[in-house]
Design a protein around this ligand. Structure first.
Ligand SMILES: CCCCCCCC/C=C\CCCCCCCC(=O)N[C@@H](CO)[C@H](O)/C=C/CCCCCCCCCCCCC
Ligand SMILES: [Ca+2]
Ligand SMILES: [Zn+2]
Length: 278
């Protein structure tokens, strides 16, 4: 028994679970508010995932019901990203870092598989099913290679994020709906603010420590979840306009549509019975 406990394998397992076993450490001072939570504000700020994800699941339900219930997996997985991100900042463990980063990778992959516009598929891809398989293979390979140099993972994810924004920009070129254009501008503004916080926390920590303001990574959590809420609604709107145009998709804001304040979502103004009858 002692042999098993003392084996290199069990040492390795407890190593990856150990507090501060990750090589990544954000600007916020460690153990400032609690001896059990390494980065307190960075941990607590993940609550935004648990507020926004259920709301988005509820708000996108009419679109998901009409298009495909698998759409719900995106915000269900965002809940897991929130859990893993919370665990990572609470412990700064290597396991926490990998769960946090790999869950983001798989949400991005799911989003690509579900929503990547059909007309932009590579020429050798026939349908969405084959495209899904290609995304699955690339994601599985990226998952394995993420263990080679874990400190590079976050940068790779940001490159995937940039590619996603490029696809969205290309798609918006054909869009004339003023509400969708405003939504796209807001999403871009949120993303720019979010990434500025992420980079500043990573590379400008000495400056922020002088100002005694080390909360930028926590603010990134809040802004990026809002950017994803705006981005997924925009992609869902474009997808519905091409794939289920009879449903006459529109964009509305919850709780206040008049002022366009809050969370955006899709409303389907067209009759779905019409399609089923034809
Ligand atoms: C046509 C494709 C549609 C794809 C839709 C995909 C929707 C989900 C996209 C991204 C999920 C991002 C979740 C962010 C969680 C943050 C957790 C975190 O802070 N982790 C850090 C460590 O604590 C880690 O260093 C962060 C790494 C960088 C992550 C980069 C994510 C890129 C997000 C791009 C979002 C653009 C907005 C538009 C979304 C539709
Ligand atoms: Ca820290
Ligand atoms: Zn984080």
């Amino acid at each position: 028994m002692e042999d098993i406990v003392g084996s290199p394998w069990s040492e390795r397992v407890s190593g990856v679970l150990a507090y501060e076993s990750s090589k990544v450490d954000w600007c916020e001072e460690n153990y400032r508010h609690s001896e059990h939570v390494v980065e307190y504000f960075n941990t607590v700020s993940n609550l935004v995932f648990f507020i926004i994800s259920p709301l988005m699941l509820y708000l996108l339900h009419p679109y998901a019901r009409e298009r495909h219930l698998a759409v719900h997996l995106v915000w269900l997985m965002m809940l897991f990203v929130g859990v893993f991100s919370l665990y990572f900042h609470m412990t700064l463990s290597f396991l926490g870092q990998m769960l946090d980063e790999l869950s983001i990778l798989w949400v991005l992959a799911l989003g690509y598989g579900l929503w990547f516009p059909r007309r932009r598929f590579p020429s050798f891809i026939k349908d969405r099913r084959s495209f899904g398989r290609l995304v699955l293979i690339i994601t599985a390979l990226t998952t394995v290679s993420s263990f080679v140099k874990p400190t590079a993972n976050a940068y790779v994810l940001n490159v995937f994020g940039l590619q996603l924004l490029y696809v969205l920009r290309m798609e918006m070129k054909h869009c004339t709906d003023p509400k969708a254009l405003r939504l796209a501008r807001r999403m871009a503004a949120l993303w720019v603010l979010a990434i500025a916080c992420w980079i500043s926390d990573r590379f400008g920590c000495a400056f922020w420590q002088e100002l005694n303001f080390c909360y930028l990574h926590g603010i990134w959590h809040i802004l990026i979840v809002m950017a994803v809420a705006y981005g997924t609604t925009l992609i869902a709107f474009l997808d519905a306009s091409y794939e289920i145009p009879y449903s006459l998709p529109g964009i509305q804001y919850w709780p206040c549509d008049q002022w366009e304040v809050g969370l955006p979502h899709i409303v389907l103004k067209g009759s779905t019975k019409l399609r089923k009858g034809c």
